[in-house]
Design a protein around this ligand. Structure first.
Ligand SMILES: Cc1ncc(COP(=O)(O)O)c(C=O)c1O
Length: 361
């Protein structure tokens, strides 16, 4: 790809050394990557200073939500180089979302090249603090200026970066509570649940507010018939049996195929336990917690890697505590192994971490 570089004259010249945890998603780097889709093809790849877009007020994404995104992280290893983690899986998933939202696919290699080039240009923005990362946010939105409801003919692919701090300051220490909701649903079969469609997240805000009213951090979403466990807010759900087996709900078209979950399914040999998928019936899940068959539970996702769940609350106020309600040993181990893989302290399967090459002019 022939990327055009229009670099800021005032760009960062020294490595970013923030004081205190920079948090998640608050900061931006100096540049963004852009590419447009018009006349039936992706064109004009370019890196420009981070700045507001010009977008037609009638753009389809603003009215009908034809917009998708991804979320990934890059880490700095002891050699001082930046490495992405399984970014090819994000590129693949962006195209899955694109298929679901009638958005043209963008070649995975081009996505990876775009992100590599952008990180390279802004590599001095990597925040030098423990557990930090560069959060990578690729997204595509419809730009055609038309008010009739049909797929846009024009799109923009953009990548922005956010220097972010450690999710857990001192390892995984606090277990969260989830609201088991029979009122709010995230997805139905035949809908957009398996995509990272912007609208899925807009639709989740109301449920998130309801969870907060119950003192819960997130909603545990059930299927539309309130029988099966599907997802946790913006994470996949999982539980751990007393023999250490990790169980994740089977991926369906109502569940986002989490890259963290997919990685877990391939890591059993390193974790020393079985990791499998099955359909999880809510009633059996609760009974198994109460009988001590299920000893830990949580969510998997890029933001936290793993979020332990200490208890569930139903909309009628009933509370079910998992184990002793604290963070269990399996979850601590999963978190440790995952972060060691991401930070290059542990060698993972071939191709999981990729060094960001120096390609910028
Ligand atoms: C709905 C939903 N489920 C699961 C996940 C976890 O996916 P991943 O592990 O790829 O971050 C996310 C976050 O991306 C999400 O938004």
């Amino acid at each position: 790809m022939d990327i055009k570089y229009n670099l800021k004259s005032s760009r960062r010249t020294e490595q970013f050394q923030p004081e205190g945890n920079v948090g998640f998603g608050n900061l931006r780097t100096d540049h963004m990557f852009l590419m447009d889709y018009r006349d039936g093809q992706w064109c004009d790849p370019r890196i420009e200073p981070y700045a507001p877009f010009e977008i037609a007020p009638g753009a389809i994404s603003l009215h009908y939500g034809q917009s998708i995104f991804e979320g990934a992280k890059a880490f700095m290893h002891d050699d001082g180089e930046i490495y992405t983690f399984r970014l090819n899986k994000n590129a693949e998933r962006l195209n899955t979302s694109a298929d679901i939202l009638c958005i043209p696919n963008l070649d995975e290699d081009k996505q990876l090249e775009a992100i590599n080039a952008l990180i390279d240009v802004d590599r001095l923005w990597f925040p030098m603090q423990d557990g930090a990362c560069l959060y990578i946010r690729p997204f595509i939105f419809a730009t055609e200026d038309r008010l009739s409801v049909s797929p846009s003919l024009n799109f923009t692919f953009c990548v922005i970066l956010s220097p972010s701090g450690a999710y857990y300051a001192d390892g995984v220490s606090k277990a969260i509570r989830l609201l088991i909701s029979k009122k709010f649903h995230r997805a139905v079969s035949g809908g957009t649940g398996a995509s990272k469609a912007a609208g899925n997240y807009a639709a989740s805000l109301r449920a998130g507010q309801a969870a907060a009213e119950y003192g819960a951090a997130q909603v545990l979403y059930l299927d539309a018939n309130n029988q099966q466990i599907e997802e946790v807010g913006a994470m996949n759900h999982f539980h751990v049996l007393k023999d250490g087996t990790v169980v994740i709900p089977t991926f369906t078209d109502t569940i986002l195929k989490s890259i963290t979950s997919q990685s877990m399914l391939e890591l059993g040999h390193i974790l020393g336990c079985e990791v499998r998928q099955e359909t999880i019936m809510l009633d059996k899940f609760i009974a198994d917690i109460e009988a001590g068959e299920i000893v830990e539970a949580g969510g998997f996702g890029t933001a936290a890697v793993v979020s332990p769940v200490g208890s569930y609350i139903f909309e009628d106020g009933r509370v079910v505590t998992v184990g002793d309600g604290e963070v269990g040993p399996s979850i601590k181990r999963i978190y440790q192994i995952f972060t060691e893989l991401q930070n290059g302290q542990l060698e993972g399967p071939e191709g999981w971490v990729k060094r960001v090459e120096r390609v910028a002019p």
